[in-house]
Each structure stands twice: as structure tokens, then as C-alpha cells.
Unconditional design. Structure first.
Length: 224
């Protein structure tokens, strides 16, 4: 099977679904794949069966799907193109980090590997895109590290925002307006489970955000 844009979108969705699986889970549920691609479960199942027949995935009826090593490599290369294009649009073209996702979704399917390698070189071999997502290498492999969200990280500890997991433009503008982009230093001052809120402290102010928003900001402890 030649990797059409539809195939690449399925590979990417399954790949990202695998990254969110729990330690005892092996397969991505078909409902999750269908939801990620905004298609019906029947449509998703038909495509996943085709991926399995092509050796790009393992499909278990009524259980779910997982990419084969070949499928994982192709998915990683799609993510590499997407994330490098996003970074290029922000750093070189001067676009807002909140507005580049949809353009990158289109361009990831048409840019050549030669152009992507040139962009990678031009940008200085970056490791992360504007939202903090890791950029796969030229083999499609990703180096990941465990990150805590603002709901699970230590309280009253120096932290650095590392990754934003929601690409919705309105959410990204909210993050930017509150000075919570990747690289920003913050502390979690308190959490209120009853109010579903988290109070953050920056150098010059306090910020209160909802628990749902807090779950989408990944951070790491800053070494003293």
C-alpha cells in the first residue's frame, strides 16, 4: 500500500493513540481511532483492516489495533514532517504558534523528504516543535521522557512548562496570554479538587486555571 494522505492520517492517529495507552494496554480501541479521525467506526475498521493486510498494523477484531514496526516508522516520519513544518512556519514565516497546525496538516503529506531534511538543517536540528512535541529523527524514531501534568506534578516546586498537548487555536491563545508557553518558569501553589482549579505562581503574579486546562500542560522539575 502506497502511503496516501488518508493512510498517513490513520498511521499518525494510531501512533498517537499508542502513546497514551496505559502500561497494561497493547491495542488502541477502534472507537478511539474513529473519534480521532472524525469517521464512523465502520469506516475506521475498513481502513485498519487494509493497513493490517499491508503489514503496517496488527488488527484484532473487537479489541483494537497496533502499528507494526514498519507502520510505526512511517507514522514517525509523518509526525517529523508535521512538526518541522510547524516550527518553520513559526520561526521563519513569522506565523503564530496557534495558527500553524492546520497548515502543517496539509503540508505534511506533500513536502519531500529532501525539503524536510533541508528545513531540519536550516533550523539547527531542533528536538521539539513550537508546542513542545518531540520531533522524530530521520528514521522516524522519537526520544521521549516522562513528564508530569500540572495535576500530578509536585506543589511548591520550581517547574518549567515543557509541552502543550492541545493544539486548539483558542486554547493556545489562552496559554500564550497567560505566559504559559513551553520554556516558561512556574510553580503550582495549590490545587482545589472541589473547584476543579489549580493556582499557579509566576514571578510577578498568580494565575488560576481549570483542572482540564491544567491536564494539558506538561512540565518538568527545574534542577537547582
Amino acid at each position: 500500500m502506497l502511503p496516501s494522505s488518508t493512510v498517513e492520517n490513520y498511521l499518525k492517529a494510531i501512533y498517537q493513540g499508542q502513546s497514551s495507552l496505559g502500561p497494561e494496554q497493547r491495542l488502541v480501541p477502534m472507537g478511539q481511532v474513529a473519534s480521532a479521525l472524525s469517521v464512523t467506526p465502520g469506516t475506521a475498521t475498513t481502513m485498519v483492516k487494509a493497513l493490517a493486510e499491508s503489514g503496517l498494523a496488527e488488527y484484532e477484531p473487537y479489541s483494537g489495533v497496533r502499528l507494526s514496526p514498519a507502520g510505526e516508522k512511517l507514522a514517525g516520519l509523518v509526525l517529523r514532517r508535521h512538526r518541522l513544518v510547524e516550527l518553520f512556519l513559526v520561526q521563519v514565516m513569522g506565523m503564530s504558534w496557534a495558527d500553524v497546525h492546520d497548515d502543517a496538516e496539509q503540508l505534511e503529506h506533500v513536502v519531500s523528504e529532501r525539503l524536510i531534511d533541508r528545513i531540519d538543517e536550516m533550523l539547527g536540528r531542533p528536538t521539539h516543535d513550537p508546542h513542545g512535541d518531540p520531533i522524530p529523527n530521520h528514521e522516524g524514531a522519537i526520544t521521549t521522557k516522562h513528564l508530569e501534568s500540572l495535576l500530578t506534578c509536585p506543589v511548591a516546586t520550581r517547574l518549567k512548562v515543557t509541552r502543550i498537548t492541545d493544539q486548539d487555536p483558542a486554547f493556545l491563545r489562552f496559554i500564550e496570554s497567560n505566559g504559559l508557553k513551553p520554556g516558561e518558569a512556574i510553580e503550582v501553589e495549590s490545587r482545589d479538587d472541589a473547584a476543579d482549579s489549580v493556582v499557579l505562581r509566576k514571578i510577578d503574579r498568580h494565575i488560576t486555571i481549570g483542572a482540564r486546562a491544567a491536564s494539558k500542560l506538561l512540565v518538568e522539575v527545574v534542577s537547582v
